[in-house]
Design a protein around this ligand. Structure first.
Ligand SMILES: Nc1ncnc2c1ncn2[C@@H]1O[C@H](COP(=O)(O)OP(=O)(O)OP(=O)(O)O)[C@@H](O)[C@H]1O
Ligand SMILES: [Mg+2]
Length: 508
């Protein structure tokens, strides 16, 4: 039999394999769709340092099967908007986006928003509506779009232009999709709560199909500095990237090539490296042979004198905002946060931030409650496969006087230009040695402080108990001793009690 071959487009691939993007079943699909669109909105507002206002409405349209319904999802934001010429492809062409840059953003794949619309299209056969204004013009553009899945191209069904009378800026996405809201409700609400925790400067509103309103109000308008785009770091370069840079470079010499295209390489470092690599400094990069390029790549990784990447391409929350977020959503009795210094894995910079909360609103589940975040996205599935879960499991908690039956929440936030996700559904983080080490160090630091708090608390509790015993028995002892001694006046024990108490309160 003759084999037949065919080529499929990126859309077609994800249409056939939507599970790998998180669209596994009607319940999970509705959660992932909301999450992807909300994340685009948060990115769009944050990139301009605008405190995000995101309004999400999920409304019932019709019944579909026994368990599933057709819903309309509408998400409005006050972000940067999209220029009309990019709207069709941004929402109708898979693997198209503005975030394939070396800086921290929630979006990375150029896939999420489109997957939501594609899922909507194949389950309800209706067009999506995208309305947007960048604020630079007084025109608002509205597109009705579908995706030509086989060709991976947008199909514009309709396009309208309105005058922007109210100076509005932002984006509104509306489309229908099949889903099982009842089943996905707990995860969706948890998603909003955790998003509010790690974005304390955002206003999030969610109206569910029953008309219930969930409002997460911002606790601050302070925002982290937006990340700046960076160049590749020499430690993260491979032959393919080097060849691409060589083909576009206009630098006539190797020294200039290294200085211009790589992060943290100055003239002196470039010269030192070229000596190490045994290449003349004024060699034209375009004249390098394949063998020389391979050797260059290997030596870029071996050379010890490159400075580590700086963190301007990252936008961590910072200890204050992390505190604000955790206080706002968990309101614990005790909270400690810690931010690690920037570190790298395979040339990608990353920062780990950790919070540990005790008591108050922290739920008591019989286990540590772990909140995982990557680039300010809550990760809600596959906890047991995540690196943070493993690190927590491998720690000796008794050393810190902590145990799983206490109401303890651990918040782990990793931000990076390239978060080592294991799937395109962004569910859990791979166990990279460098990442694991940073999480473990950060955890030890906060655990130590929690340990101090817990032992102080234990001590205070012991003292309280001691004093309560004194105050219970001393009056009786005084009474009986007076009786035994045949005295009428019972001795004043207040002084004695106070001296014990004073000792107790000083100890606190
Ligand atoms: N609300 C929005 N405001 C402004 N631009 C948006 C908005 N939503 C999407 N975009 C643009 O559309 C592009 C595609 O979005 P999409 O979610 O498909 O991919 P992504 O966010 O780049 O990556 P990921 O697949 O990781 O989410 C984005 O890169 C962004 O430029
Ligand atoms: Mg996205």
């Amino acid at each position: 039999m003759v084999q037949t071959f065919e080529e499929i487009s990126a859309s077609d691939f994800f249409y056939r394999n939507r599970d790998i993007a998180g669209f596994t079943n009607p319940s999970r699909a509705i959660f992932v769709a909301i999450r992807e669109i909300v994340e685009n909105s948060l990115d769009a507002a944050e990139s301009q340092k605008i405190p995000p206002d995101v309004y999400v409405r999920l409304s019932y349209e019709a019944g579909a099967t026994k368990e599933t319904q057709i819903y309309k999802l509408r998400v409005e934001d006050n972000g940067c908007g999209i220029q009309p010429r990019f709207i069709p492809s941004a929402f109708g062409q898979i693997l198209y986006g503005s975030k394939y840059k070396l800086k921290q953003t929630r979006g990375t794949f150029g896939l999420g928003g489109k997957m939501a619309l594609l899922y909507g299209q194949i389950t309800t056969h209706q067009a999506a509506t995208v309305t947007s204004c960048t604020g630079d013009t007084n025109k608002i553009y509205t597109f009705q779009l579908m995706i030509d899945i086989q060709r991976n191209r947008p199909v514009i069904i309709d396009r309208k232009v309105q005058i922007n009378k109210d100076n509005w800026r932002g984006t509104i996405i509306e489309f229908t999709l099949e889903g099982d809201y009842l089943r996905s409700m707990p995860k969706i609400l948890e998603y909003f709560k955790q998003t509010a925790m790690v974005n304390p400067y955002a206003n999030l509103t969610f109206v569910d199909p029953k008309g219930r309103l969930y409002k997460f109000t911002r606790a601050t308008t302070d925002m982290p500095e937006p990340p700046k785009e960076t160049l590749p770091h020499p430690y993260g370069v491979d032959v393919e990237l080097l060849q691409r840079l060589i083909s576009v470079t206009e630098c006539p010499t190797m020294t200039e090539f290294l200085r211009y295209h790589f992060h943290r390489v100055g003239g002196i470092t470039a010269q030192k490296f070229l000596e190490f690599n045994e290449l003349p400094p004024n060699k034209n990069p375009k004249k390098l042979t394949h063998i020389e390029i391979v050797k260059l790549t290997q030596n870029l990784k071996k050379f010890k004198d490159f400075l580590p990447p700086d963190a301007s391409c990252l936008s961590p929350l910072g200890e204050e905002l992390l505190k604000t977020g955790i206080m706002k959503e968990l309101n614990p009795e005790y909270l400690v946060v810690h931010q690690r210094k920037p570190s790298t894995y395979a040339g990608h910079p990353f920062i780990v931030e950790i919070g540990m909360a005790y008591g108050g609103g922290v739920p008591k589940t019989g286990n540590f409650v772990l909140y995982r975040f990557a680039n300010k996205i809550p990760l809600l599935y596959d906890e047991a496969s995540d690196v943070s879960y493993r690190v927590i499991g491998s720690m000796n908690w008794r050393r810190y006087k902590a145990s799983a039956d206490m109401p303890i929440a651990i918040v782990v936030h990793i931000c990076s230009t390239k978060v080592p996700y294991k799937t395109v559904g962004k569910e859990f983080i791979a166990d990279r040695a460098e990442v694991r080490r940073e999480i473990a160090n950060a955890l030890r630091e906060v655990a130590r402080q929690l340990g101090h708090f817990l032992s102080r608390r234990e001590h205070v509790d012991r003292e309280k108990k001691r004093i309560s015993i004194f105050s219970k028995y001393l009056p009786r002892i005084a009474e009986f001793s007076a009786m035994l001694a045949g005295k009428e006046r019972i001795p004043d024990i207040d002084k004695l009690l106070k001296s014990v108490q004073k000792y107790g309160s000083e100890e606190k």
